[in-house]
Design a protein around this ligand. Structure first.
Ligand SMILES: [Zn+2]
Length: 259
């Protein structure tokens, strides 16, 4: 959290407001949020016009005239705030008409000038069952961990990997290389469907209120989740969680609907 839908929803809120503005200043409010020498490069951005916003996986890029984009990553708990104030602000961009900041209590967020190496874009045109099959082939790791590995698939985290596996009827602990062709087809389709729906609903705001859009508005996808945050699935079956940890935590699944 935040995952692809929350970043996409934030991008859609920010893009029409920031496009055409120019950067006045970028300030790091918390040491370490931007590594040297990038911190020095930030100072040179003043006056550059914002051409638009783009997203890749869980990364948001502010595209600038005559410069590589400024890339924001919100880590585990960060959120963007437009023209407001929040606790734990780590980074601030002042434009000619707006102020954009990153509030990040857990400090895993980052400001970068280059995207890291990222895997397939699940909402991109190239994400097909064939691509997913190639990524999972001969892998012994649990399919959920593979879906959440940003070097393989960019944008899925715990919430939407959980939901996609439920909709595909596949257990999270199953080894990636052991999925049948039919399961891979269902999983590729379910991943796209789950993400698209969540984008449409403005992302997931859970009980902790960790995610709100840049204007402070909650997303509605959390309430629509089939498994996430529930003891009984939307299917009506009591849910279970894996005994072993997958990507650092127990994975929730429906023992009846997922095989
Ligand atoms: Zn079920």
């Amino acid at each position: 959290m935040p995952e692809l839908p929350e970043i996409e929803a934030s991008k859609r809120v920010l893009a029409p407001r920031l496009r055409g503005d120019s950067l006045v200043s970028c300030r790091i409010l918390s040491p370490g949020f931007c590594r040297n020498p990038s911190a020095r490069r930030l100072e040179k951005l003043s006056g550059r016009a914002i051409r638009g916003l783009a997203r890749r996986g869980k990364y948001l890029a502010i595209e600038l005239e005559g410069s590589t984009p400024l890339i924001l990553h919100l880590g585990m708990s960060g959120r963007l705030i437009l023209d407001g104030r929040g606790p734990h602000e780590r980074f601030e961009i002042q434009t000619t008409r707006h102020r954009l900041s990153i509030s990040d209590p857990r400090r895993f967020g980052r400001v970068l000038f280059r995207f890291p190496k990222l895997g397939a874009e699940p909402l991109g045109p190239g994400f097909s069952p064939r691509i997913l099959a190639e990524l999972l082939r001969r892998r012994k790791a649990p399919v959920k961990a593979l879906l959440m590995d940003q070097r393989l698939v960019a944008g899925l985290g715990n919430i939407y990997a959980t939901e996609a596996l439920f909709e595909a009827g596949v257990r999270p602990g199953k080894a990636g290389g052991r999925l049948s062709r039919a399961e891979i087809e269902r999983l590729a389709r379910a991943s796209r469907r789950v993400l698209r729906r969540a984008v449409r609903l403005g992302g997931s705001t859970l009980a902790d209120q960790a995610y709100l859009d840049p204007l402070g508005k909650p997303g509605r996808a959390g309430a629509a989740a089939s498994l996430y945050g529930r003891a009984v699935g939307r299917c009506g079956h009591p849910l279970r969680s894996t005994r072993r940890l997958i990507a650092g935590r127990r994975a929730i699944y429906c023992p009846v609907c997922q095989r």
